[in-house]
Structure formats: structure tokens, C-alpha cells
Design a protein around this ligand. Structure first.
Ligand code: SF4
Length: 450
């Protein structure tokens, strides 16, 4: 997964520092690399690097540059492809001028597209999906750049939220099923496209709306214009429900639904479905389990405590690339307050169990504080299937709920009881119609075509 942020000022103000700030707000979507691209004197320019944004990009150097249009990207990069040319945005200068592309998602037909492009002479420097899109645009240099982008997007299958920088335009688009979130904002003549609305808040922009599934938004000196990837609209949408469970920040609004409200409702419904009588306290696994824990506690009439403290300067466990790093990450990241747990019957609410590593460690830690009982409640259904649309849940056989029954998993993590939310309750808590949501990693209901 990754985060994208783009800005275009119709008043010709520089937007580079706003891109930096927007990426700061999206840092939770990827901590392995960051990049910003803009056009300078008719050429594409960029600042890119590895790690957190402040390590990857020199803010002072960036403040010396000026551009009224720019795009940025933060990304989780699998370790094997950790080379600078894989850091997005990809940039190039082609017959029609500078171009840069940043993308969140997974293009499922990228192999086939790359073969076709290579047959026509394209040479790839990176392992990114974005570079394939860039070549598709470049090979249509007889077309206007925006038309070439529309043409390229029509050929993509899979999930994408994308931002494209042209010499004097910003293009933002979302795949026809709307897997990945993308919102539009505006402030004082500057238009923004962002993965999440929390990135608009940081630059003081007003949330205008979500980019519709299959919509292509072009922002230039004339303002904002909308096109469609395909004329026929799919009969359903596939907004990623995992965004509401884990990925997105709680202060974001995605497809019209507050992530905070959705998480709290997941917790409330979980308390009704999987109560724990006479609990002394309810605590959430910070940060994505905290809000569901508040909902659980309120519905259960039990006290909520911030009983597990997170070191805020350590990255999110799930998106760190190797098992070894993940295991070390958990040890340094979470710390239970022993006094709150001693001899108490505790309910711990977490957002999900993927591999089970974090759950096992936290239950062990809480038990070592002298807790009387530890009851684990998961504010989403069991993750039983890998994501085919761009979330790195890895192979099916690594998923804890696939490898073990509920009883076995409960024993493995060391809890007194373990229970999950149902898929029905998840959909109801998010509050969008079922035919607008993807729940495939829980239900196995993938789209027939991919
Ligand atoms: S399979 Fe799961 S993680 Fe992937 S898009 Fe669907 S809901 Fe999101």
C-alpha cells in the first residue's frame, strides 16, 4: 500500500512544501520510501529517498525549489526491490514534455502490458507498475498527454489510485471499482488530490469530494475537469474495507464514511456479538484497535483504559517488510501498564489478526503483568485470503486464521477467549452498501475477472 498526494495552484503559487506536509499526514501508508516530483524549466525534477519522509527528502532543499504543480508518494517497498529507481514517483521527459507518475494499488495485467511495451522497444529501469503506465503514455506521443493517459488507464486491470504530473496539469484517477481511496480538496486556488482526507486537513484544504470509481480528474489553469476511464460503469464498487479496519487514519473520511465512526461501530457490534461478562477493563491495541475498544467498552458498559502504550516513533508492525523486523518491531513498540492489568479480567480489542505475531506477544506481555484473564476480541472477521489488490497480506498459508481453528489460535496466542466480528457486522459498521465494498480477504469474494 502507499499514499499519494498531488497539488496544482491555478494562482501559480509554489506547492512543494504542501506536498511535503501532505505526505507527512500519509506517512502511516508507507514508511519505506518517499518521493516528490515537479516540473522545472520544461523537465521533470524529483527528490526521492528511503525511509520516513524526513529521512528520504531534505525539506530545506525542497523549500528552495518552486513549482505550481507537484505530486508525492510514500510507499511500502518489499525488501527485494529496494533500489532508488523503484522509489515513486517515476519521472521522465518524453516527446510531449515532463511526466511523473505515482500510484497506489496493484495492476494485475502489468506483466502482459510490459511484454507488449518491450516488444515495441520500451526499456524498463524499475520494477514499478507506474513505469509501465509511463511507457504507455510515452508510446502515444502523437496524442495530447491527457488523452494518452486516458488511453493508458483504459488498458489497466486491477486497483489503482494514481496521480500524474504533466508540464502544466495534474491528473488524478481511480480504477473503475474504486479499490483505493482518493479524495479532492481545494484551498485558495490550489487543488489537491490525496489518498486520504487527513492530508487535506494538514494543508488547510477543504474536502471537496471523493474521486469517483473510474473517474479521471484533470486540473489545470482552467480549473477542474472530469472524464471517465470507461463509458460503461461496473455494476458494483470494491472500496477496500481494510481501509476502515486498519489502513486509514481515523481522522479521514473515505467514500463519505468517517473511519473513526466506522471503527467505533465495529467495536460496539463486537461487544454485542462477543460479550465478556464482568470485564474489569477494555483496552485497545494502539492505534488501530483503540477506537474499536472505545466502542466495545461503551456498548459493554465496562471501563475503557489506555492500558497499552505505544511508542509513537516506531513504525507500524504490519507494513514492515520482513518477519525478523516485524518481531523486533513489536518488542520495542508496545508496552502494557502493569498496574492496570494486575489481577484484572481484561478485554483486549485489536483491529485484525493477520499472522498472529502481534496478538501472541501482547497477550504474553499482559499476562506477565499479572492479569487474571485476557480475552482477545478482533474488530474484523478472520483474514482468510490474500489480497489480490495491493495490500501485502502475503500468502494464504501464512495467515493465522487459515493455519489454525479458532480454538487453536486462541491457545496459540495464549488468550482465555478469542472472538471476531462477522462480515455482516463489518459491512454494517462501515455503513456502505455491501455491493460497494470489497471484503475479499475475509470472505474470498474476489471479483470474477481478477
Ligand atoms: S482483499 Fe481485503 S485488503 Fe484487499 S482490497 Fe479487498 S478488502 Fe482490501
Amino acid at each position: 500500500m502507499s499514499g499519494i498526494f498531488g497539488a496544482y495552484s491555478v494562482k501559480n503559487k509554489t506547492v512543494l512544501e504542501e506536498i511535503y506536509l501532505g505526505l507527512y499526514a500519509l506517512q502511516h501508508r508507507g514508511q519505506e520510501s518517499a518521493g516528490i516530483a515537479w516540473a522545472r524549466g520544461g523537465h521533470a525534477a524529483s527528490a526521492r529517498g528511503f525511509g520516513l519522509l524526513h529521512n528520504a527528502i531534505d525539506q530545506h532543499k525542497l523549500s528552495l525549489e518552486e513549482a505550481n504543480c507537484a505530486i508525492g508518494h510514500v510507499r511500502y517497498v518489499p525488501l527485494e526491490s529496494q533500489q532508488l529507481h523503484n522509489v515513486l514517483p517515476v519521472c521522465a521527459n518524453y516527446a510531449r514534455g515532463p511526466i511523473a507518475i505515482a500510484h497506489d494499488g496493484l495492476i494485475t495485467n502489468v506483466g502482459e502490458l510490459k511484454s507488449q511495451l518491450e516488444a515495441r522497444g520500451a526499456i524498463f529501469q524499475s520494477a514499478t507498475n507506474s513505469e509501465a503506465i509511463l511507457h504507455m503514455v510515452a508510446q502515444k506521443s502523437h496524442m495530447e498527454p491527457v488523452d494518452a493517459i486516458v488511453d493508458a488507464l483504459k488498458r489497466l486491470e486491477g486497483s489503482y489510485a494514481i496521480a500524474v504530473l504533466l508540464e502544466d496539469a495534474l491528473v488524478a484517477a481511480r480504477d473503475p471499482y474504486g479499490f483505493k481511496p482518493l479524495v479532492l480538496g481545494e484551498r485558495d486556488g490550489t487543488y489537491y488530490a490525496a489518498s486520504e482526507s487527513c492530508a487535506l486537513d494538514i494543508v488547510g484544504a477543504k474536502l471537496l469530494r471523493d474521486v469517483e470509481p473510474g473517474e479521471i480528474v484533470i486540473i489545470d489553469r482552467r480549473g477542474m475537469k472530469s472524464l471517465r476511464v470507461r463509458h460503461e460503469r461496473p455494476s458494483r464498487c470494491m472500496h477496500c474495507s481494510f481501509e476502515y479496519v486498519y489502513t486509514a487514519r481515523p481522522d479521514s473520511i473515505i467514500d463519505g464514511r468517517s473511519v473513526y465512526e466506522a471503527r467505533k461501530e465495529m467495536g460496539r457490534r463486537l461487544a454485542l456479538k462477543a460479550p465478556c461478562a464482568n470485564a474489569d477493563l477494555v483496552a485497545g491495541m494502539p492505534d488501530s484497535g483503540t477506537i474499536a475498544a472505545i466502542g466495545y467498552a461503551q456498548a459493554a458498559g465496562a471501563p475503557f483504559e489506555m492500558a497499552v502504550v505505544r511508542n509513537r516513533y516506531v513504525g507500524r508492525t504490519f507494513i514492515q517488510p520482513t518477519q525478523k523486523v516485524r518481531e523486533l518491531g513489536v518488542k520495542i513498540k508496545l508496552n502494557p501498564i502493569a498496574e492496570l492489568f494486575r489481577d484484572r479480567r481484561a478485554v483486549i480489542v485489536d483491529d485484525s489478526i493477520v499472522r498472529g505475531t502481534t496478538a501472541e506477544r501482547i497477550v504474553t506481555m499482559i499476562r506477565s503483568c499479572g492479569a487474571g484473564e485476557v480475552h482477545l476480541r478482533i474488530a474484523s472477521p478472520p483474514v482468510l485470503h490474500p489480497c489480490r489488490y495491493g495490500i501485502d497480506t502475503r500468502k494464504e498459508e501464512t495467515l493465522a486464521a487459515v493455519r489454525m481453528t479458532l480454538t487453536e489460535l486462541c491457545r496459540k496466542v495464549g488468550a482465555d477467549s478469542l472472538d471476531y466480528l462477522t462480515e455482516e457486522d463489518l459491512v454494517a459498521a462501515i455503513g456502505l452498501p455491501e455491493d460497494r465494498l470489497c471484503t475479499a480477504c475475509f470472505s474470498g469474494k474476489y471479483l470474477e475477472k481478477y
